[in-house]
Design a protein around this ligand. Structure first.
Ligand SMILES: CC(C)(COP(=O)(O)OP(=O)(O)OC[C@H]1O[C@@H](n2cnc3c(N)ncnc32)[C@H](O)[C@@H]1OP(=O)(O)O)[C@@H](O)C(=O)NCCC(=O)NCCS
Length: 179
């Protein structure tokens, strides 16, 4: 499924496929503070962000990912990115980041809930993965709000060279219980 033309509107948000229209926003907002607990590191130069977006546009076209920018409904202010990786497999993986100045308004939870609903309607999956550093409490609240449960844990060294203890949540489809 080519996901590069999918647009989703929610109560407060618009999710649009990632594109070079947002290269400056992503370059500016994906900071070292935002990546404290994430695997990727911040871009050093705009070319890094352009390369990331071009790869993401390609995997969206190939039907491997649903990589979206999160915009505020009405103003279309850039808020962050919401992602589903490996949608061609039976255990796709969720990812989310929201810019620092927009934290705490429920946008992260709303965006991920939207991707979960999209997955329920469009994918045949066993469960969604949501890996998160143990200390990242705001992020952990998101899979927990969707009934996610920790299935395993491991240590991982991020691209910035920091080791985190990762908890891997599994979130099951609406009509299926854990097997
Ligand atoms: C994780 C992240 C996406 C959450 O986005 P957000 O829009 O601020 O989150 P929400 O407003 O939807 O809140 C999600 C939960 O976190 C809680 N929360 C928000 N800010 C918090 C804070 N500073 N401390 C503790 N809890 C917090 C909220 O209360 C909410 O829980 P609740 O629904 O039980 O009340 C955001 O903090 C972020 O981008 N962090 C950096 C990147 C990152 O770590 N991404 C996740 C990788 S797994």
């Amino acid at each position: 499924m080519n996901t590069s033309k999918i647009m989703i509107k929610t109560e407060n948000l618009i999710l649009k496929p990632i594109s070079l229209d947002h290269k400056e926003d992503i370059f500016r907002e994906f900071t070292s503070e935002i990546t404290t607990y994430t695997y990727p590191k911040p871009p050093e130069k705009i070319e890094d962000t352009i390369g990331f977006i071009e790869r993401a546009m390609k995997t969206n076209q190939e039907g491997k990912t649903l990589l979206m920018v999160v915009l505020k409904k009405g103003t279309e202010e850039f808020l962050g990115c919401a992602e589903l990786h490996n949608i061609d497999k039976d255990t796709p993986e969720l990812g989310i980041w929201i810019k620092k100045s927009a934290h705490g308004h429920g946008y992260g939870r709303e965006a991920i809930t939207t991707l979960k609903v999209w997955a329920d309607q469009n994918l045949d999956y066993r469960y969604l993965l949501y890996p998160v550093a143990e200390e990242n409490h705001p992020s952990r609240r998101i899979p927990e709000s969707l009934g996610g449960e920790v299935c395993c844990d491991y240590d991982e060294v991020s691209m910035s060279g920091v080791e985190h203890h990762i908890l891997e949540y599994r979130i099951y489809p609406e009509d299926k219980s854990p097997q």
